[in-house]
Ligand binder design. Sequence first.
Ligand code: HAM
Length: 449
Amino acid sequence: MAKKKTTKKTKTAKAVAPRKSTPVRKKVSFQSPRGMHDLLPEDWRILNKLYSKAAEILEFYGFSRIETPIAEEKELFVRTVGEHTDLVEKEMYSLKSRGREDLVLRPEVTAPVVRSYMEHGMHRLPQPVKLYYFSQVFRYEKPQAGRQRQFWQIGAEILGGESDPVYDTQMILICYKLMEELKLGNVMVGINSIGGTNDRQNYKKKLVDYYKKHSKEICKDCQRRIKTNPLRVLDCKVKGCQPIKENAPIILDNLTSASKAHFKQVLEFLEEAGVPYALRPNLVRGLDYYNRTVFEIFVVREEGDELALLGGGRYDYLAEQLGGRPTPGIGAAIGVERVVNAIKEKNPDFGVPRGRKEVYLVHVGQLAKKRSLSLLEEFRAGGLKVLSNLGKTSLSAQLEAANKAEAPLALILGQKEVFEESIIIRDMKSGAQETVPLEKAVREVKKRL
Ligand code: HAM
């Protein structure tokens, strides 16, 4: 080991030592990448509860968990989400790997889940197969409130079986109930039908003809969209485009009778299930794989604008787009960070453990510290939640930490207690203390909690 350089300092020298003689600390300048965030313990308090609540509802309805890899072949999304969607055109993170694979970080999870269903022959299971996931997705978007480049989705998919409107309704019902139980304030379901492939082809033609007449009045993006992905003009938020959009032909007026009947049933079932909804004729969603029902659940924010907490829809042809057999599908995905923010705003006590039951183990001296290691394991086996800080040595510092943690009891172990196989139970409120044999400690603590 290199010897440390020592400099002789006189008292006066120390007193007048200029500040610059102290080593300048380098500023920590690393931050998480733009649009990507750390999820801190206070976020996980909410996330864990949100996940367990979502899992509880989904498992009640017969869904099982699935997780797919974080990367997939690019072609999977080109074929399903669509070549001319923003997601595929501008927002995918490509991976440079040593091999020749053209991989991307998944920008969504529905196509990967359908890929997995096909790859693992899930069509041989009783249909439909119901799957859910808690997955991270990546989109190279312009970061802003509620829009990140890495975020989590809680999603659910119903695959196979019949393309029955009852599943559309069940999916919306599950999403709505979860949002309702989270007490997020003013949430509402927006719903539309974009029909089947034929309905859409006819409708697109009408829409393009109409927009072409207004090509000078619309924004640049709409001018581009009308050529590449016409339905997306209905999503435009630019002020100048709104009057044009309002008078545009409506897709619902252009559905075949079969698509109309499907949609009518979905709405009737929703009414029967007591799920309030609003028809949104301009709701088209940004992914090409949908047909018939599409929906979103919004929260109305204080500023009056709406933020989509989740979105979903039917995608009866997605498996075929991947070369598979006809496999109807319906699903939805929740934007977890958006929901967590809404929870923080509207329901701040969500996930806070009620009536803390942790006790605090305080050790005094080296022998007690050593014994504490095995003692904590004995407490764990006995079902006690015990906090401790074995690095701290002073009794008062540990009692202060116990106070801060709002522990109702402290268990104090000193050298004497180690020898006598006993422990002191201290009531943190009253300060009353009692020594009990170690073998009875768990029972005695449970009695007092
Ligand atoms: P999506 O609408 O693209 O649908 O995303 C679902 C939800 O993810 C959105 O409603 C929103 O809450 C959240 N979200 C989207 N982009 C961002 C972002 N940049 N930052 C934060 N949150 C975001 C899908 O992904 C479909 N795969 C849903 C689905 C499942 N359809 C059928 N099954």
